[in-house]
Design a protein around this ligand. Structure first.
Ligand code: ATP
Length: 398
């Protein structure tokens, strides 16, 4: 029997939590397993900074969680009764997810599966790739036993991504995105059969809901090597429905770090207007995110100028966030203009306020706002340098 000493691979905090969960399960007569990503990363010797501990339980999850939650300290607990899962946020760097062992049936391709309570063997059989379909037994006398029904360990040493069955990508096309993420992150290849199935599975991409595509894009943009992940996904046409092109990928290369909104803005920076307005629906984006992407796209197409008042007029209607993202993406004159605006122009306070105008005896009228704006433009262009200068100009403008 292949036994793994998990203590050697984990942080003391993770080990303590897992031991506590295992003890709870044993006391309740249940079997508990470490599954998926953590097992893969332990075997790759990359688990010391593990952020997600995934546990699978053969037993009643609800009763288990009731007992377990009193034994640990955590910040937040989210439970999904329907799926019999619970997620403990221990701190911002560590989560424990506990799920009932289950089997999954796909009523139709690309739909969420119907689940049924089952054992660890079925639970491993429902997974995406062999390297993610291993478990380590945490309870009973065979504690530490590696369960590897699909030769995941062999695939890890051969550095290949293999699906568990022919219909894997057809059943769940989100696995196409997952495959690219693991392939790039781990530097693995597809095995030949999996590669053929991958290409065939693309046919069902169009069946995915906007939310699921958005989630996969979010996961990709969170990867440390998000540029290569997106570049690979684009090469395999996984985002053709969104209209991402090579220029969008090149823009990603300009970002040092990324979050979903910033990455999305980069990918859309060169799109045409129609395409970008469709993204709102295609990804079911929050309004604020669509607006940000539209703003960045517009900024990236602006005419440049070196005249401060012109720069102010061009950029003052855009949000600080959009300007910040655009300046990361831009180059040449546009970058110069954006940096000049954020670093200098936007910080210049008007010399003259509306109170000053009132004091100068100018009655509030339609001209009032325009006058203030004109004065400010003159100030930005260095044509007035102090308040006295400005008051002289008011007489000219009146
Ligand atoms: P990561 O390091 O990216 O977090 P992970 O393996 O922990 O990797 P999760 O997305 O947290 O990835 O999923 C946990 C486990 O659930 C996976 O290892 C895999 O076994 C299984 N899984 C997740 N999504 C799917 C899917 N779409 N199809 C089949 N199995 C999946």
């Amino acid at each position: 029997m292949n036994k793994i000493k998990i203590k050697e691979h984990l942080s003391p905090e993770s080990y303590k939590l897992i031991t506590s969960a295992a003890k709870t399960a044993e006391e309740m007569g249940y079997s508990l397993f470490l599954v998926g990503g953590p097992v893969r990363d332990i075997l790759l010797n990359k688990a010391e900074n593990m952020k997600d501990i995934d546990l699978a339980l053969e037993g009643d999850t609800k009763s288990f969680i009731k007992v377990f939650q009193d034994k640990i300290s955590y910040k937040k607990l989210i439970t999904h009764e329907k799926f019999n899962t619970a997620s403990f946020e221990i701190n911002s760097n560590l989560h424990i997810d506990i799920a009932m062992c289950r089997t999954e049936i796909y009523p139709q391709p690309a739909m969420l599966p119907v689940i049924e309570k089952s054992d660890i063997s079925d639970d491993l059989g429902r997974r995406d790739f062999s390297i993610n379909a291993m478990a380590i037994r945490l309870t009973g006398k065979n504690k530490g036993e590696l369960l590897d029904p699909f030769e995941g360990q062999k695939d890890l040493s051969n550095r290949v991504i293999s699906v568990l069955h022919q219909n894997s990508f057809i059943d769940d096309p989100t696995r196409l995105y997952r495959a690219i993420r693991y392939q790039t992150r781990l530097g693995f290849n597809f095995d030949i059969a999996t590669f053929r199935l991958f290409l065939r599975g693309k046919i069902n991409l169009s069946l995915l809901t906007p939310e699921r595509i958005r989630y996969e894009l979010e996961c990709m943009l969170k990867e440390p090597d998000f540029k290569n992940v997106l570049s690979m996904a684009n090469k395999f046409e996984l985002f053709d429905m969104l209209g991402f092109d090579d220029t969008g990928i090149e823009y990603l290369n300009k970002l040092k770090s990324c979050d979903f909104e910033t990455g999305l803005c980069a990918l859309c920076a060169n799109m045409d207007k129609d395409n970008i307005s469709q993204l709102h629906e295609k990804l079911n984006l929050p309004k604020s995110t669509s607006k940000l992407a539209e703003e960045v796209n517009a900024i990236m197409h602006l005419k440049t100028s070196r005249i401060p008042s012109r720069i102010y007029e061009t950029l003052s209607g855009y949000s600080v966030k959009a300007i910040g993202i655009s300046s990361q993406l831009a180059s040449g004159e546009l970058k110069r203009m954006l940096n000049f605006y954020s670093g200098k122009i936007s910080k210049i306070k008007p010399l003259i306020s509306s109170n000053d105008l009132k004091k100068a005896g100018i009655r509030q009228s339609a001209k009032f706002g325009k006058m203030l704006a004109d004065l400010y433009m003159l100030q930005l262009d260095g044509k007035i340098s102090d308040k006295a200068d400005a008051m002289d100009k008011i007489r000219d403008l009146k």
